[in-house]
Design a protein around this ligand. Structure first.
Ligand SMILES: [Fe+2]
Length: 397
């Protein structure tokens, strides 16, 4: 993000002495993207930020995937993934269940009630969508209070932890990229300001407050990173708590955008998904479908036409309202539909006709379209409703 922020204590000139009250030096860290040629921030630590005293493997939950074969559309029921009060001892990092993934992005789901350990993702940015509940996201940049409907963008290598709020559980849909996650380029001026036609602007983005100024010795930090066959983890022990930052400034930091602050674009006839785009990463986009007035041409059909996204796998996460085109399919709050490339999809039988004359859709869904095929993780296999593929025809024969 090109939007500059400043927090806490920083020296007037970058890369100059910044002294503690006792006369010592704070340690400056540049956190920057794309080899010093993209957005960055300067952080000032009490302790040396590169110091580690131990490193051991961190065994991640099952990251294995299997191909979507035979190729069929799939329905996952995420609310069945965590049983009873299992969430009370589950945290929003180690407790994630992998649903779908490829070499560009991994989608997982977690229901959490316990604080996570300190964590950072060394593969890429994360976009965590809060389906319900509240949490404080504590980070090296300060803390962010988040709640239902928030997209929380956490830049690669940002050390942070999730602390669920009192109205637990926290239900979170986690989009982990192997790249950066940004607003679409077409929403931005050539210098990075969100343009007038963008569905949100800088006022809608919430940055961290703080700093946290934690003092603690020998703290563990979990790091997710690339391994020989995919994603692996390392547990570091660091001598100074990473939240020892007294101040920072720059254009790289975690931030939140609430889905209610996304202003939908509508038209006389059907608006395709790019009109609903929120963010993009390498080889995928994130769109959302929010409550809105629908197509107002006198002969319009407000639900989508049948379509083949020949270059995409399309993943819809249904997180509120009642999704008009999916009525009669078993899809409800907490469902995911996967419509793979190479398969035509569209409204369930009857929905096409029924939508004529509708003026408003009360629906809330977050969509990820990937440009390479998605494979199924253990969370998909464990939550699949096997009937979905046959709901347009009335049954498998
Ligand atoms: Fe679609």
């Amino acid at each position: 993000m090109a939007h500059y922020r400043q927090l806490g204590s920083i020296p007037p000139k970058r890369h100059t002495q910044h002294r503690t009250p006792e006369g010592g030096l704070y340690y400056e860290e540049l956190m920057g993207e794309e080899g010093f040629t993209s957005d960055s921030s300067l952080l000032y630590h009490r302790g040396i930020p590169s110091a580690i005293v131990d490193a051991v493997p961190w065994e991640l939950p099952d990251q294995g995937t299997v191909p979507n074969h035979p190729l069929i559309p799939r329905h996952l029921k995420l609310h069945g993934l965590f049983e009873g009060e299992e969430w009370k001892d589950t945290d929003a990092v180690a407790g994630r269940r992998l649903l779908l993934g490829n070499g560009d992005v991994r989608l997982s789901y977690v229901v959490a009630g316990a604080p996570s350990e300190l964590y950072r993702n060394g593969l890429g940015d994360e976009c965590v969508y809060i389906e319900s509940g509240t949490a404080v996201l504590e980070t090296v940049f300060g803390s962010l209070e988040v709640s239902e409907g928030d997209y929380v963008i956490i830049p690669r290598a940002t050390t942070h932890r999730w602390v669920p709020g009192p109205d637990a559980p926290l239900r979170a849909y986690c989009i982990e990229a192997n790249s950066h996650i940004t607003p679409p380029k077409r929403y931005l001026s050539r210098f990075g300001q969100l343009l007038e036609h963008a569905p949100y602007c800088e006022r809608d983005l919430r940055g961290p407050v703080g700093p946290l100024l934690v003092e603690q010795a020998d703290v563990d930090v979990l790091v997710k990173h690339r391994g020989p066959n995919g994603v692996v983890g390392t547990r570091y022990t660091v001598p100074h708590h990473p939240f020892d930052v007294v101040g920072w400034d720059g254009c790289l930091y975690p931030y939140a955008l609430n889905i209610k602050d996304f202003e939908p674009l509508t038209g006389r006839i059907h608006q395709p998904p790019p009109a609903h785009q929120v963010f993009e990463g390498q080889n995928f986009v994130i769109c959302n479908f929010v409550p809105r007035k629908v197509d107002y041409h006198p002969l319009s059909i407000p639900v989508p036409y049948y379509h083949s996204n020949v270059d995409s796998d399309e993943v819809m996460f249904y997180c509120g309202g009642n999704y008009e085109a999916r009525k009669g399919s078993g899809i409800a709050q907490g469902s995911i539909s996967l419509h793979p490339g190479g398969h035509t999809h569209g409204p369930q039988p009857g929905a096409y006709e029924r939508s004529i004359g509708a003026e408003f859709f009360d629906e809330l869904a977050v969509m990820v379209d990937t440009f390479r095929p998605l494979e199924l993780g253990e969370g998909a296999t464990a939550s699949e409703d096997g009937n979905y593929a046959w709901t347009w025809s009335g049954g498998r024969r």
